[in-house]
Design a protein around this ligand. Structure first.
Ligand SMILES: C[S@@+](CC[C@H](N)C(=O)[O-])C[C@H]1O[C@@H](n2cnc3c(N)ncnc32)[C@H](O)[C@@H]1O
Length: 303
């Protein structure tokens, strides 16, 4: 999901209607992702990555940018011979499809609450689509440990993110890596300033049912208290902005009578575009287990 700057209230109303009464907030989160899967191929790239591509030169097509980002994620698997992968929030199967196309040895499990997406992925990639249909918060994994855990555009959807960071740490193999790609508020002050605004509520609660965009400095502090440490951080906001420009271009060419949701999508995406490098940034973060022992002082040191 994207976050935003300030949006005119009138726009909210058009988008609220499809989430009207009689639907629990939990279901609403699913509804955004349960829109019939035939809608999304009309504007997403062929792998159907519903998050940022990676524009290295600025000359790439949307498809190439999505492949760049997926390959960038897959590069984190290099240290492992036959990596045991957990993907939280697998969407329309972009990462799994690219894994199948480029790697031989891996074990894959996804946890994703949307039945529509999960069915789509099973049809698209077949038997390798090992998906647990659940929210991550309720999912249980027994004694399983994972080498690499991906959250690509899904961290913001997890309830009680502090507790989920603890769960991630427990699920991670000793030399494992957690990869999070998601928008964050750039500062605590911007988060405080925007958290209670109707625009933030609109995107986080109304459009997505539940989402919480974390202030990045607080996230960095928090992970260290959950047994994890930050290894790399990259800011891909400009790539996300460009990706959404491409989606908007394709949505603009679609028939609005056949696809009445288009106006809502375009309004929401256009609003989100105002936030990049202003209130929010799209960060790609890698986390490892925190060292449990301090480094020994050098021999001969006075300490
Ligand atoms: C923005 S989409 C990203 C999908 C995919 N990772 C991609 O990059 O195309 C967010 C995904 O998070 C999933 N999701 C939402 N709430 C979740 C939860 N509580 N636990 C696990 N996944 C969740 C949605 O079903 C959706 O597939």
């Amino acid at each position: 999901m994207l976050a935003l700057a300030h949006l005119p209230c009138a726009r909210c109303h058009g988008m609220v209607r499809r989430f009207d009464v009689g639907v629990s907030m939990e279901d609403v989160t699913r509804i955004h992702y349960d829109i019939p899967a035939s809608f999304f191929p009309k504007f997403l790239d062929p792998y159907m990555k519903y998050t940022s591509g990676l524009y290295r030169t600025g000359e790439e097509s949307l498809e190439q940018a999505s492949l760049n980002m997926l390959d960038n994620h897959i590069d984190f698997l290099r240290p492992y011979t036959c990596p045991h992968i957990l993907e939280i929030g697998s969407g329309w199967g972009a990462l799994l499809k690219r894994l199948i196309d480029t790697k031989n040895n891996f074990q894959y499990l996804a946890v994703n609450p949307s039945p529509v997406q999960n069915q789509f992925v099973r049809e698209k990639v077949g038997l390798k689509a090992n998906i647990l249909e659940s929210r991550f918060e309720e999912a249980t994994f027994g004694a399983e440990k994972f080498d690499v855990i991906y959250l690509i555009g899904s961290f913001c959807h997890l309830r009680n993110q502090e507790k989920q960071l603890e769960k991630l740490s427990e699920l991670l193999a000793e030399d494992g890596t957690v990869i999070i790609e998601d928008p964050f508020f750039i500062s605590e002050a911007l988060y405080q300033d925007h958290a209670k605004r109707k625009e933030t509520f609109f995107v986080q609660e109304t459009v997505f049912g539940y989402a919480h965009i974390f202030p990045f400095p607080r996230f960095l502090e928090l992970v260290t208290t959950k047994g994890l440490s930050v290894r790399t951080v990259l800011d891909h906001s400009s790539s996300y902005k460009r990706t959404v420009d491409e989606w908007l271009r394709s949505l603009g060419k679609m028939d609005r009578v056949e696809y009445p949701l288009i106006k809502q999508f375009c309004d929401y995406l256009a609003i989100g575009q105002m936030g990049w490098h202003y209130t929010i940034a799209n960060y790609l973060v890698s986390l490892k287990k925190k060292r449990t022992q301090a480094i020994r002082p050098l021999s001969g040191s006075q300490e």
